[in-house]
Write a protein that binds this ligand. Structure first.
Ligand code: FAD
Length: 304
């Protein structure tokens, strides 16, 4: 196991999957997750990440799943952690728990307030306000690799792109090793963000997140929640295939494969697939990229 920061530092492209901890008492969901994790294990990704429930709702489940992946699989887990609803003392306990379990990779996020994700941020007494503060806290807790979030279409709360870039740079200065993006559907949005950050003097690897758009209803909901816009032709094609799941699947896989290929051609440092706890679609896209594209790809201009 080496983890994202070490893989990226070595100049090797990373590829990875995102999972979420199922609700307690849902054995079928738990079984599907473990089947997906075992499928992931078979292709030896650089890492897998485990999300932290919205509004800070899955503290125990995220920690338990991350520890179990570390102990019972050959996968390298990265734990998402948000500052929502936690005091610094609680955050230190969570981070310390990861260190005790040998988990040394954290994706440090601010998170969104419970209820309306775009509602006003709610400060917690003795808590943190921004992801940069959490990056600093994780760094102060020991030898961790720390990732952060990046937003190719701008963060929904940001009044302007320049402010967004300034705040992202603050996360880099606080010690972020790499970033993973929010979902997006046009390669230009990623390339524009990377160029802006590079011009501002920030060259940490930005791993694009790939969300296969295989269902009109699902992608409309996700895009709304994450403030991503779906290209009209993709949305129209998916809408026309609303009652034809096989065609919708093919449309989503083809679009994601073309997007991923273009990003790799443009020297993206890796790909992070959202799986929704099913790896089949991500693996289909991955196979479409050709077997030598990712793990054995030589270092590109993105790393020096
Ligand atoms: P920040 O970087 O703190 O930014 C939040 C907002 O504050 C931005 O608008 C920024 O421009 C602004 N800002 C930052 N610093 C300052 C400052 N000093 N002054 C004024 N404004 C400032 N959420 C979850 O709940 N659980 C998850 O597991 C999860 N995983 C994610 C994984 C990825 C790859 C991504 C991209 C997002 C994920 N999210 C998750 C969502 C994320 O928590 C939200 O998008 C959140 O609103 C922003 O988090 P951040 O870490 O980017 O915050």
């Amino acid at each position: 196991r080496s983890g994202p920061a070490a893989v990226l530092r070595a100049g090797v492209r990373s590829f990875s999957f995102e999972f979420f901890p199922p609700r307690a008492g849902t054995p079928a969901a738990e079984q599907a997750l473990w089947q997906a994790l075992r499928q992931a294990e078979a292709v030896a990704p650089s890492f897998v990440s485990v999300t932290y429930g919205a509004g800070g709702s899955s503290r125990e489940r995220t920690a338990a799943l991350t520890r179990r992946i570390a102990e019972q699989t050959t996968l390298h887990p990265v734990a998402h952690l948000t500052a929502v609803g936690h005091s610094v003392t609680e955050l230190r306990q969570i981070i310390g728990g990861y260190a005790d379990a040998g988990v040394r990779d954290i994706l440090a996020l601010r998170g969104d307030p419970p209820g309306d994700p775009l509602g006003p941020w709610q400060d917690v007494p003795g808590g943190l306000r921004y992801a940069a503060d959490l990056v600093e806290l994780v760094r102060s807790c020991g030898d961790f690799s720390v990732g952060v979030a990046a937003f190719p279409q701008g963060h929904p709360r940001s009044p302007d792109r320049d402010g967004d870039i300034r705040h992202f740079i603050a996360k880099c200065r606080a010690g972020a090793d790499y970033a993973i993006t929010q979902m997006f559907f046009r390669p230009e949005e990623y390339l524009d963000l990377r160029d802006r950050l590079s011009r501002a003097g920030c060259d940490i690897p930005i791993i694009p997140e790939i969300m296969p758009a295989t269902s009109f209803d699902q992608i409309s909901r996700f895009a709304r929640l994450s403030n991503a816009t779906v290209p009209r032709d993709l949305a129209t094609a998916l809408e026309n295939a609303r009652h034809d799941p096989a065609t919708a699947h093919r449309i989503g896989v083809d679009h994601a494969t073309a997007l991923a290929q273009r990003l790799l051609d443009e020297d993206a440092p890796g790909l992070h697939y959202i799986t929704l706890n099913r790896t089949t679609t991500a693996l289909e896209i991955h196979r479409g990229l050709g077997s030598t594209v990712l793990r054995d790809h030589p270092p590109g201009a993105w790393y020096s």
